[in-house]
Write a protein that binds this ligand. Structure first.
Ligand code: F6P
Length: 342
């Protein structure tokens, strides 16, 4: 059996753990694995590397992806889709494992339904916003990165009696913001799912100051909604999948807070720092397990599926069901966080 894998979309910690788990399990069953380079671009252009268990054994602690990644969308142009199909046949592949988020997996799902290409999906994103799986690998490492950063920001915020607004990733879902807000005892958490009332947040920050807390930490998602205001975007540029670049809301929120409260306020955007670094133990284990189970689906010829975490178990779900629906933050998390935001 010859299996190809690729990593698409924004990178994240533990992609290499998935690759290692996949390569080892395929080899244990007498098969071989190749890696298509830079996401779907490698599938279009036929660029690949051979992957073997000895070499991939070393990649577990490495952040990023040894295969490279891109946001290439073959469905932008039907001739590119045909090239993917041609590559599949030219390389005499038996299965293609796509490791990615909603966009990358959406392509894998369409290739399965449109061309009967034997694809398998593995869910990835630091944003934790994929439906059909409880957690995505990379999310835990990202939270720890944000927590380390905010622990450092807290001491300088306190020394200078400032508010610091911390902008984190999360286009449509506030998982990173809410979880890191809880982990860092933030004074306010602004997410895409609920339009934030900045007047109420300013009142709270002033009240806390009167009560003796001389600094404040405000966590804000890049895609957060502010009551009565438009989404803050970086520029008009859109990627292959039609997404605009977000960024800049932290600066806007900091200015409003300073203007309304008179408290000196700064903002920090953590940006791509959140996607980097060596994966946490949790993400290494989750990534490894997903890689093993993706290989097992390939060996069983159980295609058109995505591996997923449900509770403590790795299961498989139809790719078509797993893509297309964004999983936003469950309200119960904001409700629980809310006990500390009053
Ligand atoms: O991977 C998802 C994500 O982290 C989003 O939260 C963020 O908006 C986007 O990636 C940024 O991607 P890029 O690397 O293209 O700037």
């Amino acid at each position: 059996m010859k299996v190809a894998c690729l990593t698409g979309g924004g990178d994240c910690p533990a992609l290499n753990a998935v690759i290692r788990g996949l390569v080892r399990t395929v080899a244990n069953n007498g098969g071989e694995t190749i890696g298509l380079l830079e996401g779907w671009r490698g599938a279009i252009e036929g660029n690949f590397v051979a992957l073997n268990p000895m070499e991939t054994d070393e990649i577990l602690p490495l952040g990023g992806t040894i295969l490279g990644s891109s946001r290439t969308n073959p469905y932008k142009d039907e001739s590119l889709v045909q090239k993917v199909v041609d590559t599949f046949h030219a390389l005499k592949l038996d299965a293609l494992v796509a490791i990615g988020g909603d966009d990358t997996l959406g392509v894998a799902s369409k290739l399965y339904s449109d061309y009967n290409l034997p694809t398998i999906g593995c869910p990835k994103t630091i944003d934790n916003d994929l439906s059909s799986t409880d957690f995505t690998f990379g999310f835990d490492t990202c939270l720890n990165t944000v927590m380390d950063a905010v622990d450092k920001l807290r001491t300088t915020a306190e020394s200078h009696r400032r508010v610091i607004v911390v902008e984190v990733m999360g286009r449509h879902a506030g998982w990173i913001t809410c979880f890191s807000g809880i982990a860092c005892s933030a004074d306010a958490i602004l997410v895409p799912e609920q339009a934030a009332d900045l007047d109420a947040i300013c009142d709270l920050l002033k009240r806390r100051r009167e009560q003796g807390k001389k600094y404040g930490i405000v966590m804000v998602s890049e895609g957060a909604q502010l009551k009565g205001q438009d989404l803050v975007t970086k520029d008009a540029e859109i990627d292959d999948f039609g997404h605009v670049k977000l960024g800049g809301i932290g600066t806007r929120v900091a200015k409003i807070i300073q203007d309304k409260t008179g408290i000196e306020t700064r903002d920090v955007t953590l940006g791509h720092l959140q996607r980097g670094g060596s994966p946490s133990a949790y993400d290494r284990v989750l990534g490894t397990r997903l890689g093993i189970h993706a290989a097992r689906l390939a060996i069983k010829k159980d295609f058109g599926k995505m591996v997923a975490l449900r509770g403590l178990h790795i299961v498989s779900v139809p790719l078509a069901e797993a893509v297309g629906t964004m999983r936003t933050l469950y309200p119960e998390f904001m409700d629980e966080a809310g006990e500390f935001l009053k």
